[in-house]
Design a protein around this ligand. Structure first.
Ligand SMILES: NC(=O)c1ccc[n+]([C@@H]2O[C@H](COP(=O)([O-])OP(=O)(O)OC[C@H]3O[C@@H](n4cnc5c(N)ncnc54)[C@H](O)[C@@H]3O)[C@@H](O)[C@H]2O)c1
Length: 438
């Protein structure tokens, strides 16, 4: 099959590489020239090393290429995946202009092309969008009928940044939403070599599954943080509590960890969009509102631990380690580092920050603070440090680095460091939902 992915971002490139590995010919079409050039030279426009290695192989072998000519790419392909971004607007509603523009382009290309093509929406869109926005635009642009002259499916994506390739090759499930049998059959056939459970639904159900999944993940995180915030005030280690809670097979251990809250390009955006949609429908989604409220106060829990330890932050030098929304990625969309640093600055702290990969992206959000070129340099002379993202290299910090701090105090905002190792290296360990390990 010839596959076109519209949007050379995380989802588009992970999808393209996955189908390339399954021996299909892939064209990635993007309106961003820099991204197209990067892909054609075997480079990703973001940090995801395993995906980049596979991309390079496919580009070299000629089975994956990128272009700015969206209509040409669509014309050349049998199946077109729409993978463009759907960012949050200030109201929480998603901005579907990229989806609309991609749909118009695909519609125009469908008009000029012969034969039956399948269009698949992979972008996360609120229930009803594929049927009431994408389909009419495709039909108007092409002068053809969905379900008759061309196919239409909704196929939500569940990958996590940091494991994009693995999650695409071995997804937990494949949801195929469609309004007609032929479209669903083509997409199910395409996914046949992927041995994951497949769920066939209508378009709106497929769209809702994505939102319901992310709302649950966000609920688990905010639940963990609520429990952690109570535990820390009782002098109980919340991590122990949550570990034991997660052993119940009805609950499960993942996403059950105290921290500074969730960020990234999906969870905050998707929960806000679902909340907004529910309100439009006249329903007040209390759980969604509350989990977002818990998430927004969570960086303050880290600041509170620092204040308790230092007795006020005015003039104090605070090292912030990790600026990406999590370790292992360079994505700073909705990173908790932003509200964290803003609160620290608001309390008069002098902030120095470091991230192994996300610094350039974060500097664009916040150009005015100091940046260090290594974790060791960041710690040098600091009154305390707070770890915001769980980069594995922060686990290697030891006596040498901590002894260069004015006060060797480590606040673990992700609860991923080993408290004992930190203590053995001569620093005081404080974890979110834990307090002091001394
Ligand atoms: N990033 C994730 O972890 C993830 C996971 C699951 C689902 N999603 C969803 O998938 C969608 C894409 O997310 P992403 O993170 O890959 O986005 P992204 O911002 O990384 O990439 C989107 C790409 O689409 C391109 N684009 C925009 N308009 C276009 C058009 N008209 N034609 C062609 N290209 C166009 C942009 O230039 C950009 O390169 C979103 O709806 C997101 O919510 C993302």
């Amino acid at each position: 099959m010839r596959i076109c992915v519209l949007g050379a971002g995380y989802v588009g490139l992970a999808t393209g590489v996955m189908f390339g590995e399954l021996c299909h010919e892939v064209i990635c079409a993007d309106i961003d020239r820099t991204r197209v050039r990067a892909v054609n030279s075997g480079r990703l426009p973001f940090y995801e090393p395993p995906l980049e290695r596979e991309l390079r192989k496919l580009v070299r072998s000629g089975s994956l290429k990128a272009t700015e000519d969206v209509e040409w790419a669509v014309g050349e392909s049998d199946i077109i995946f729409i993978c463009v971004q759907t960012p949050s607007m200030p109201s929480g509603r998603i901005d579907i202009r990229p989806v609309k523009s991609a749909s118009r382009n695909v519609g125009r290309a469908l008009k000029k092309s012969q034969g039956y093509k399948l269009v698949v929406v992979k972008s996360t869109v609120v229930p009803g969008t594929t049927d009431s926005v994408v389909k009419p635009l495709l039909e108007a642009g092409s002068n053809k009928k969905a379900g008759k002259d061309f196919g239409l499916c909704m196929n939500p994506e569940f990958l996590q940044e940091g494991s994009a390739l693995k999650d695409s090759i071995e997804p937990s499930r494949i949801v195929v939403g469609s309004g007609d049998e032929r479209s669903a059959k083509i997409l199910l056939d395409l996914y046949k070599p992927v041995k994951s459970p497949k769920i066939r639904t209508d378009l709106r159900t497929a769209e809702m599954i994505k939102y319901a999944s992310n709302a649950f993940l966000a609920t688990k995180i905010s639940y963990s943080n609520e429990i952690a915030n109570i535990c820390v005030r009782l002098g109980i280690d919340s991590q122990k509590v949550l570990e034991a809670v997660g052993m119940d097979p009805r609950i499960g251990p993942r996403f059950l960890k105290p921290g500074l809250g969730f960020g990234g390009s999906c969870l905050p955006k998707d929960v806000k969009a679902l909340k907004d949609r529910a309100k439009q429908l006249g329903y007040n989604p209390r759980l969604l509102s509350t989990l977002l409220a818990i998430n927004s106060i969570q960086p303050s829990e880290g600041v509170r631990l620092l204040e308790m330890e230092l007795g006020g932050l005015s003039g104090k030098k605070i090292a912030v380690l990790g600026l990406a929304f999590k370790g292992g990625v360079d994505d700073v969309r909705e990173t908790r580092a932003l509200p964290l640093v803003m609160e620290l600055l608001g309390k008069g702290a002098v902030v120095t920050a470091f991230d192994p990969m996300a610094m350039a992206n974060f500097i664009r959000l916040m150009p005015t603070i100091r940046y260090a070129s290594s974790a060791a340099e960041c710690l040098n002379g600091a009154d305390a440090c707070i770890v915001q993202a769980d980069w594995p290299e922060f686990k290697k910090l030891g006596r040498k680095e901590f002894s260069s701090m004015k006060h060797p105090i480590v606040v673990d905002g992700r609860r991923f460091l080993d408290p004992e190792s930190v203590r053995r290296a001569g620093a005081k360990y404080l974890g979110i939902g834990f307090g002091s390990a001394e």
